[in-house]
Write a protein that binds this ligand. Structure first.
Ligand code: FPP
Length: 251
C-alpha cells in the first residue's frame, strides 16, 4: 500500500525554504550598552552571513521578517533607522546579490512605504527577476493577517470584475497572497528565545516545522542555521496524514 505521505517532502532531506524571525537586535545592543540602532545594524551583518551560508545546507529560499505592519508603532527614530538600513543594505548588496543569482522578492504592502523605499523595493525585484539560484524574500511592511485580508479582497475584486466565480477556496486565496508562486515554507525559525509567530506567515505556517533558538539575531550565521536544519531533519512531517508504517511481518 502506498503510504499516505508518499510524494510529500520529508524532513530528512532538509528544509528547502526557511523563514526567519530575526528577533533580539534590541537586547543584543542593550546588553552592550549600545543604542538599539546598533543592534539592527549588526542584524544586517547577520542577515548577510545567513544568506551566504544557506545554500551550503541545501536551503534554496529564505524569507526574513524585516519590518512588520505593527513595527510602525516603534519610536519614529527607530523606524527611521530601520528604513535607513534597507537603503544601505540595498545600496551595498543589491549588485552582489544580483550577480550571485539571488532573486529578491519583497512581501507585504507597498502602500504606506516612504516613496524612495517603494522605489528601492521595485528596483531590487526588477534587477533580480531573472535569477533562479536562490530566492530571498524580505517581508517588509508585512503582516500575516493583512496579507490574508488583501488576498481575500483581491478575490472579491475579481468576482466583481467578472474574472472569477465563487466560492473562495484555499487555492484561490493562496494565489492572492504576497507569497503566491513561491515554495512552501518548510521551517520557521525564531531567534532570541521568544516562542510565537507575531503575525508572520500565518497562512503559510500551516504545516511548517518550528524551531526556537536562544541566540540573539545579531549573533546568527552558519552555526545556528546548521543547528536549526539539524533539528528539522529529526522531525517527522505528516501533513495531517500518518507516518509510513513498516510492513507487517507475515508467517
Ligand atoms: C527584531 O529585534 C528585529 C526587527 C524588528 C527588525 C529586523 C531587522 C533587521 C535585521 C535589519 C535588516 C532588515 C532589512 C530588511 C535589511 P527587536 O528590535 O525586536 O529586538 P528586541 O526584541 O531584543 O528588542
Amino acid at each position: 500500500m502506498t503510504a499516505p505521505t508518499a510524494g510529500l517532502p520529508g524532513a530528512a532531506e532538509g528544509p528547502k525554504h526557511v523563514a526567519l524571525i530575526m528577533d533580539g537586535n534590541g537586547r543584543w545592543a542593550q546588553a552592550r550598552g549600545l543604542p538599539r540602532a546598533m543592534g539592527h545594524r549588526e542584524g544586517v551583518q547577520a542577515l548577510k552571513r545567513t544568506v551566504q551560508a544557506a545554500p551550503s545546507f541545501g536551503v534554496e529560499c529564505l524569507t526574513v521578517f524585516g519590518f512588520s505592519t505593527e513595527n510602525w508603532r516603534r519610536p519614529a527614530e527607530e523606524v527611521s533607522d530601520l528604513m535607513g538600513l534597507v537603503r544601505s543594505y540595498v545600496a551595498s548588496d543589491l549588485n552582489r546579490l544580483a550577480r550571485e543569482g539571488v532573486r529578491v522578492r519583497v512581501l507585504g504592502r507597498r502602500t504606506g512605504l516612504p516613496a524612495d523605499i517603494a522605489a528601492i523595493v521595485d528596483r531590487a525585484e526588477a534587477q533580480t527577476a531573472h535569477n533562479s539560484r536562490f530566492l530571498l524574500q524580505v517581508a517588509f511592511n508585512y503582516g500575516g493577517q493583512a496579507d490574508i485580508v488583501d488576498a481575500a479582497q483581491r478575490h472579491i475584486d475579481k468576482i466583481l470584475a467578472g474574472e472569477a466565480t465563487g466560492p473562495l477556496d484555499e487555492a484561490a486565496l493562496s494565489a492572492g497572497l504576497s507569497t503566491a508562486g513561491g515554495p512552501p515554507v518548510d521551517l520557521i525559525v525564531r531567534t532570541s528565545g521568544e516562542q510565537r509567530l507575531s503575525n508572520f506567515l500565518l497562512w503559510e505556517a500551516a504545516y511548517a516545522e518550528m524551531v526556537f533558538q536562544n541566540v540573539l539575531w545579531p549573533d546568527y550565521g552558519a552555526g545556528p542555521l546548521g543547528e536549526a536544519v539539524e533539528q528539522y531533519r529529526n522531525r517527522d512531517r505528516r501533513f495531517g496524514g500518518l507516518m509510513p508504517q513498516p510492513a507487517l511481518a507475515t508467517g
